[in-house]
Every structure is written in C-alpha cells, then in structure tokens.
Design a protein around this ligand. Sequence first.
Ligand code: NAD
Length: 471
Amino acid sequence: MTLIETTDKPAPASDISLIPEQVAALRTSFESGKTRPLAWRRGQLQALDQLVSEGSGELLEALKQDLRKPALEAWSADVGFVKQEVRLTLKKLAKWTRPERVATPIHLRPAKSRIVREPLGVVLIIAPWNYPVQLLLGPLVGAIAAGNCAVLKPSEVAAHTSGVLAKLVRRYLDPECFAVFEGGVPETQAILAERFDHVFYTGNGSVAREVMTAAARFLTPVTLELGGKSPCIIDRDVDLEVAARRIAWGKFMNAGQTCIAPDYVLVHRERENDLIEALRRTLREFYGEDPGRSQDFARIPNVRHHRRLAALLKDGDVAVGGQTDEADGYIAPTVLRNPKPDSPLMTDEIFGPILPVLAVDDVAAAIEYVNQRPKPLALYLFSNDAKAEEQVLSGTSSGGVCVNSTLFHIANPELPFGGVGPSGMGAYHGRATFELFSHHKSVLTRGTRFDPKLMYPPYTKLKAALLKRLA
Ligand code: NAD
C-alpha cells in the first residue's frame, strides 16, 4: 500500500455532540482547584515525560506512516523536542511560579508589590500536521506548568499520529483535566463554539482568522503561530559549502514542510552559480543520486498538497531535482532559478521541498525585496560582515533571525519563538510558554499601622505641592 493511500484515509473523529459536556467537565475540574498545587503540575509533567519516552516507538512509527519522517528527524524535532521542554520546565517550575517581588514607588509606601502567576482556566491547543507531536504537546507543557486544564486538537492530516496521541494522552494524563478531540474542520469548529480561557493555534493564516473570530465571541485571547515566506539572504563573501549545507538541511528536513524553512534565497549576483553548484553537491551528499530512494527524505502527506507543490515547479527553471511521483507522495529536493516574480511560487508560502534562488545586487537590494512583502516568521542571513548583519537586523522585521544558520533559533528554549504581523502573534518555548498560559496578577499590599493623610481630601495646596515633589 502506498503512503498516499494510507494517509488519505479519513482521520478518526470525535463525537461532536459530546464536546460541550466534556469541556464543561474540564471546567468543573479546574474550578475544584485540583490543578493549582505544584505537586499536581509536577506529577502531570512527569507523566508527560513518561508518555513521550514510553510512547516514542509508537509515535515514531505513526510519523513514518503519515509523513515518512526519518526516525532521527522525528526524534529530534518531535519527541525529543517535547522531552527537552518538559525537563527544563520541571527543573524551573518552582522558580517560575514563585511570586515576583517588584519595587514600590516612594509615594505609595509603605507597601509591597508582587506579581503572582495564576492559571487561566481551560485552554484549547489546536495543532497542524507537519510536526504533530511537538506542536500539540509542546504548548501543553506550559499549559500544565501554569496549572490549566486543556483541550487538545491534533491535525486530521497526520491521522496516524493523531490516533496515537489521543490514546497516549488518555492513558498517561489526568482524564479529569485533559481531553483530546480528533477530527477535521467540523470537529474543530464545534470545539471553537465552546468558551475557553485561551486559544493556542498553530497553522495557516486563513484558518487563524476563523479561530480568532470564534474566540472573539467570548473575548478569549489567542496565540497564533503561523507561517509565511521566510527569506534567506546570502552575502558575497561567505563560505558557500557551509551555507549550502545549512540551508539545504533547514529547507529539506521534513520535505520542506517546516514553518521556518527557508522559503527562498536572495543571493549576491556574483555567487548565484556557485551557490547552485554547492546546493547540487550538498543534495547528492545528503540524499544520494536518487533522493526518492533515500530513507532520510520525507514525503508530502496527501494528494492535495502534492498537486499544489507539483504545480509550483513550472514557476521557475529547474536547476536541481524537479522529479515528482504523486502515488508515492514524492517531490524531489528541488532548486529553481529565475522564479517568476508574481507566480504562486513567489507570492505564497511554499511549504515543500522547492527552493527558488533569486540573484540580487547587494544586501541593500535584498532588504528592499524582503520589506516589500509581509513580515516573515524567520529570516536567515549568511554573512561575515558585521555591518551587513546590523543592516539586516535593523532594516527588517521578522519573528526571529538566524545568522549563518537556519532553524537553530527555534531549538533554544531561552529564545521566545513566534511571528510578527501576518506570521503570528504571541511567542512561546521554555519559560515563555509558562508565561503565556499564566495570568500575571498584580498585587499591592499595604500595612495599616501608618496611614499618611497626604492622598485624602481635603486637597490642600500643601498636599498638592508635596505629592508633586514625591511623584
Ligand atoms: P492543518 O491543515 O493541520 O490545520 C491546522 C489545524 O486547524 C488542524 O487541527 C485542523 O483540523 C484545523 N482546521 C483546518 N481548517 C479549519 C477550519 N476551517 N476551521 C477550524 N479549524 C480548522 O495545518 P496547516 O494549516 O496546513 O499547517 C500548515 C501551516 O501552518 C503553514 O502555513 C505553516 O507555516 C504553519 N505552521 C506554523 C508553525 C509555527 O510554529 N509558527 C508551525 C507549523 C506550521
């Protein structure tokens, strides 16, 4: 049986009629106070650690069935990623949850001020199919750490992984506090008809608008982790062998289906040919003469996405790759030159293993190109020139930046990850995920022994003069 046949079978769907009562049950659990003690949160994080450790075999197998994800990619970017987040959070939980003392201005003293993190309530996490484990369970780590109940909605496009995740969450996590609903558009819309205290959505921008509209009915805040066309700028004097390896790795991992994959390359005109040759050598080194036979190259999950990508191949001249096999979900790692400026290749997010290369005169021209388009999720710069680096950093806006690398910024939990403008709103990872799922409650406490009359009526000139001096 081919990959396409298996992954095109409909994902299991939850019974829509049960959604309201199950969400209500989670709310009852939250209101009971059960999720607040640190011991409960720690216990659930440990259970999640166990879930990904003991379930890793099944998860890797499901990822293989859905996307033919190479085991090493599946481990590092899905299962291992979640483990790293859980371990860090367990280590830091006590520190992050401690009330934070802040200064009190002199005219408000004597008083103490602090910020207390409290859970939001019942939150909703909606995940896409490309990193289906990371993008469902990664946000969950922070939701648990902050003491919330959660509804999880995996993507129906990665149907096998959705099924395994649903089974494992039910087996390992507290069923009174966590629910997984499987299915597609009708199920997600039925879930969104319920009230949540936060909605965390990862996926494309048009569905994000529907998510935000649904959340607006309840004034529910949202985090939107979206995509876009992430540019890669290559300056003249760089080591192209290293640049080609790092770009090809970031682009062709998971067959280019990575939200922060370099979408297109803007290379100094004098280095265009050399870059294409370096990419050709790199691809042969990574995937052999025929990438279709490599165990290290993933597949497109369904016919719809495959046809969309195959159609993009005509929007430029094939320099490397270009082969397709719909029945196998295969699109060869491809480099295109002379991309047509107003074609879908250059206006829409590619989200597949096709890399257009455009020649530009210099870094300033590359900056201008980037700034004429929507703000991207990531921007990559290859340069050894500190001035060019500063020029790009101060002259462009993007969710994040990697200099002389690709994707690495997402792997550092100390760096909040998220978009800007149409590439998303809000950021997470590490402490930022905990903060996102917490309400920051400001508390000011005054003693009662000393009660200066300065603030109270009658408002005399003397009081006004003293207050102005203190403020
Ligand atoms: P998808 O089709 O799996 O959709 C995401 C979720 O939305 C699924 O759970 C799906 O059931 C639900 N959904 C789909 N249509 C809906 C509708 N009409 N109403 C309500 N819910 C609906 O995934 P996708 O959108 O194809 O994901 C790819 C996109 O996600 C790309 O643009 C990519 O850049 C972006 N992405 C962003 C990040 C990030 O962290 N910023 C990560 C991964 C992917």
